[in-house]
Design a protein around this ligand. Structure first.
Ligand code: ATP
Ligand code: MG
Length: 221
């Protein structure tokens, strides 16, 4: 069994998240991908973040009927700020011993990982799959791999890092880090929130049941 953990603020979830999760599940051979909303996003101010229960509920609505995409409330249930290393440990402890756990994140998130709590321990604990994301860096497409390799060499492990095609990068003492290309959908939660505030339509950016939930709860106004 191979399981992906895909964390984020999901404020709100949108089709960029959903396509990325589905494509990494199919293309990287994962049985399940867990979408895990953060309780208190450590890197963001709290203003403008919808209540955790609403962000969780919107993910539930978005993946309704999809047997491979799951929602986890571990970070929301845990008190205090959410740290990915705690989440990975809790999954590794609760899943069957023969389950392979992968940490899934967009390129923009990965390029900040050196600011995360215990990031070296985290990268020694779990292999990472980095998803391409439009405008995440100066470059795009094939050059995402180079961006990731350069980042690993400059910020994580200057010596002994070997990056070989689909096998990804292997740095001494760290689990492999692989770049995975997903359909480039330049959608962000920031833009969804802005457009709601401006009274513009967010149809086709988020699933319709999520759109209706945002309207009925008056979120992001
Ligand atoms: P915000 O604009 O508020 O930062 P966001 O759209 O970036 O929201 P997050 O909740 O911050 O969404 O992201 C959660 C995870 O999903 C991150 O790893 C991020 O890189 C990834 N992600 C978000 N949008 C996309 C997208 N359109 N394509 C691929 N990955 C994405
Ligand atoms: Mg983001």
């Amino acid at each position: 069994m191979r399981v992906g953990l895909f964390g984020g603020t999901f404020n709100p979830i949108h089709f960029g998240h959903l396509r990325a999760a589905l494509e990494v599940k199919e293309g990287f051979g994962l049985d399940q991908v867990f979408l895990i909303p953060a309780a208190v996003p450590p890197h963001k101010g709290r203003t403008g973040v919808a209540p955790a229960e609403d962000r969780l509920r919107m993910i539930e609505l978005a993946v309704e009927g999809d047997s491979g995409l799951m929602v986890s409330d571990v970070e929301i249930k845990r008190s205090g700020p959410s740290f990915t290393i705690d989440t990975v440990r809790s999954f590794q402890q609760s899943l069957a011993a023969d389950t392979d756990v992968f940490l899934v994140m967009g390129l923009d998130a990965f390029l900040e990982i050196d600011t995360w709590k215990s990031f070296r321990d985290l990268l020694a604990l779990v292999p990472v799959v980095v998803l391409s994301r439009p405008h995440a860096a100066d470059c795009s497409g094939d050059r995402d791999e180079q961006t990731v390799h350069d980042f690993i060499r400059s910020k994580l492990s200057p010596d002994g890092t070997v990056c070989e095609g689909p096998a990804g990068c292997k740095a001494p003492g760290l689990e492999p880090i692989t770049v995975f290309q997903v359909t480039a959908l330049d959608i962000s939660s920031t833009r969804v929130r802005e457009w709601v505030r401006e009274g513009r339509s967010i149809r086709y950016l988020v699933p319709s049941n999520v759109r209706h939930y945002i309207t009925s709860k008056g979120l992001y106004r």
